[in-house]
Design a protein around this ligand. Structure first.
Ligand code: NAD
Length: 260
């Protein structure tokens, strides 16, 4: 059985940990060639080794890039095209929530700027260079590989509802990801390039116990559960979806939950 991403070329940022790590494994398991991009190269290399051991039929490589630097993002996309000959899936997943991010009064401008450079400009540049690469994709009817592609940008549930903990720069940055992704989806729809945001709820990786009471399912999400959403958006199973805020949040953003 061919995988859901058979022979597609995917680039995943923040591939060394959490959602990026789980997505890298799932994408490779489904037949994609994967470029694992992270500012933490040893972490990405560890994931690459795991993928090479488990899925010897797919091509994989680790690549060091800081998505907060345009030249790094361009170099990463160029590397994917050099290795795989095309780019079908761009998962702009890397993002930070700085420990010094706070409310309107306490957040320093340098924390705001750093957060927005990585979380917003990093996604913009990822989209920019992915669009340019996808426009050059050769058509391979036999393999079902066409021009166009799927671009997935990681936002957050806090872009949709007020956060219970003050993290103003992060929240604003994720709102920007949603707005930017919708516009890109409209502008590039006729080119066959789909753009969707994925909005994770709170995961174990960012566990803050006071949030647990708000979760309808009574538990934090797992990174792999978000990765499964990303796989759907990456694959042709979501071929008629673009411009969505795809929530993988255990029902959080639909809930009016009172403490038990
Ligand atoms: P994580 O911290 O486990 O992994 C993030 C990865 O990104 C790390 O490997 C890190 O080295 C890398 N990274 C950080 N800055 C980078 C940069 N400038 N350039 C390249 N790589 C960089 O995070 P996660 O929990 O898997 O989160 C992934 C995405 O999901 C982020 O955008 C985050 O904001 C979002 N998100 C997470 C949660 C959650 O609860 N974990 C909830 C909502 C949204």
């Amino acid at each position: 059985m061919p995988g859901r991403l058979q022979d597609k070329a995917a680039l995943i940022t923040g591939a060394g940990s959490g959602i990026g790590l789980e997505s890298s494994i799932l994408f490779a398991q489904e037949g994609a060639n994967v470029l694992l991009v992270d500012v933490n190269l040893p972490a990405a290399e560890k994931v690459q080794k795991l993928i090479a051991d488990r899925f010897p039929n797919v091509k994989s490589a680790a690549f060091k890039a800081d998505v907060g630097k345009e030249e790094d993002v361009k170099a990463a996309v160029d590397k994917a095209v050099e290795l795989f000959g095309r780019l079908d899936v761009m998962f702009n997943n890397a993002g930070i929530m700085h420990p010094a991010d706070d409310n309107a009064l306490n957040t320093e401008e340098k924390i705001w700027d750093l957060t927005h450079t990585i979380n917003v400009k990093g996604v913009w540049w990822g989209c920019k260079y992915a669009i340019l690469a996808m426009r050059n994709n050769p058509v391979d009817e036999a393999k079902g590989l066409h021009t166009g592609g799927s671009i997935i940008n990681t936002a957050s549930f806090v872009a949709i509802m007020g956060a219970a903990t003050p993290q103003l720069a992060y929240t604003a940055s994720k709102g920007a990801v949603l707005a930017m992704t919708r516009e890109l989806a409209m502008v590039h729809a006729r080119e066959g390039i789909r753009f969707n945001s994925i909005c994770p709820g709170p995961l174990k990786t960012q566990k803050r116990d006071r949030r647990l009471v708000h979760l309808p399912m009574g538990r934090f999400g797992e990174a792999v559960e978000v990765a499964k959403g990303a796989l759907f958006l990456a694959s042709d199973d979501s071929s008629y979806m673009t411009g969505t805020d795809f929530k993988v949040d255990g029902g959080l953003t639909s809930a009016y939950v009172t403490p038990i």
